[in-house]
Design a protein around this ligand. Sequence first.
Ligand SMILES: Cc1cc2nc3c(=O)[nH]c(=O)nc-3n(C[C@H](O)[C@H](O)[C@H](O)COP(=O)(O)OP(=O)(O)OC[C@H]3O[C@@H](n4cnc5c(N)ncnc54)[C@H](O)[C@@H]3O)c2cc1C
Length: 379
Amino acid sequence: MTAGAAGADGADGDAGAVGASDRAGAGRTDRADVIVVGAGIAGLVAAEAVYRAGRSVLVIEARDRVGGRMRSVGDANGAIELGATWFWANESAVIALVDRLGVDTFDQFSSGDALFEPGRRRMSGVPGVGDARRFTAGAGDLAGRLAARLPPGSVRLGSPVVALEVDDDEVRVRTAHGEHRARHAVVALPPPLVAERIAITPQPPAALAEKVVRTQVWMGEMTKAVAVYPEAFWRDEGLSGLVMSHQGPFREIHDHSGPHGSPSAVFGFAPSASFVGVDEIAIAEAFTAQLVRLFGGRAARPSRVDVVDWSRESWTTPARPHPERSTAGYGDPVFAVPVGGRLHWASTETATRFAGHVEGAIRSGLRAADAVVGALAGA
Ligand SMILES: Cc1cc2nc3c(=O)[nH]c(=O)nc-3n(C[C@H](O)[C@H](O)[C@H](O)COP(=O)(O)OP(=O)(O)OC[C@H]3O[C@@H](n4cnc5c(N)ncnc54)[C@H](O)[C@@H]3O)c2cc1C
C-alpha cells in the first residue's frame, strides 16, 4: 500500500483551488456592498447571488481552498470525495445549481449484495443510499465553478476572520491581514465555529448566542477514509460494496468508484471518537484491515488511501465542542434575524429544510442573499 493520508487541508490535487481567488490580500482594506465570510457552498451561493443582483461582493476564506466540507481530490475523469458525496432527486436547489453550472452527475453504484458485520452476513436487495447521485468532477468542483463566476480577486483565501463589528452604517470585517468594510455581511460557517473564533460587536442577543454555541457541526465528528484499487474486484463477486458494521471501526462502507467504475474505490465512515490519538496512517491501515476482513486478500493492496478526520479540521469543527451540542437548533428562527440588522447567517446548520445536506447549505445561502439584496434595495 502506498498509504496516502489526505489529512489536513492543502493536499496536492485538491479540486477546490480557483484561479479567480487571491491569497490573503495582505494589508489591503477593501469595501464592498456585501462581505461573505466562508467560501463553502453556502457562502459561494450567497456571494454569486448577490453579484448577480448587481452588488459588489468579497468572500473571505480561512483555508487555502474553496468548498469547505465539499472537498474532492482527482480530476474531471474521476474524483474522490473526502467530504460531501451524494445528492438526491428531491433536492431541488442542488439540481437547479447543477443544471445552471452545467455539471455532469451519475448514479451511485448499488447493484449486488450488501454485507453486514459481525459475521459477514450477505443480503440482497438492501437499498443503501437509495437514488443517490454523485458529481462526476467532484463536489468541490461546484464550489470552484461558483467562485470562478465572481470577478477576479473577489475570493480571498488564507484569511481567517477574527472579528466582526456592526454599527449603524456598516460592518467591519477583521482578519489577521487587515480590515474590510461592507454594508452587510453574511457569516457562512458552522455557527459554533463563529462562537469559538470570531468576536462579534455588539454581542448577539442571548437567545441567538445560546443556539450558536450549542449547534452541532453536521458530520464534524466523523472520519472518512477512501481506498482506491486498480479494479472494483468486489463487484466481480456480486457485492455492491455496501457494508453496515456493528464491529467497526468503520460503521458504514460504500462503493466510491467513478462513473464507469474508474477510479475504483470504496469509502468508509467512522466516528472520530474511535480514533482519538491515532494518526492518519494508522487509521488508513485500520480501514484496509477491515476491508480485507470483508472483501478478502485483494483488498490488502490499495493504490492509495485518503483519510480525513473532520473533527481535527479546525475550520470545520470547534476544538472544544459544547458538551450538550445537538442538531435540535438546526434552522432555528433566530438564524433568520441579522445581528444589528447587518450581520446575516448562512451555513447548512441554519437551513429550515434539508439542514446538514448540501441542499440545506445552498438554501441557506440563497435565503441570506435574498435578505441582503432586499435590505440594500430598501436602504
Ligand atoms: C465527511 C462528510 C460527508 C458528507 N456527505 C454529504 C453527502 O453525501 N451529501 C450531502 O448533502 N451533504 C454531505 N455532507 C455535508 C455537506 O458537506 C455540508 O452540508 C455542506 O458542505 C456545508 O456547506 P456550508 O457552506 O454550510 O459549510 P462549510 O462547507 O463548512 O463552509 C464553511 C467555510 O467557512 C470557512 N471558515 C471557517 N472559519 C472561518 C473564519 N474564521 N474565517 C473565514 N472563513 C472561515 C471554512 O474554511 C469553510 O470553507 C458531508 C459532510 C462531511 C464532512
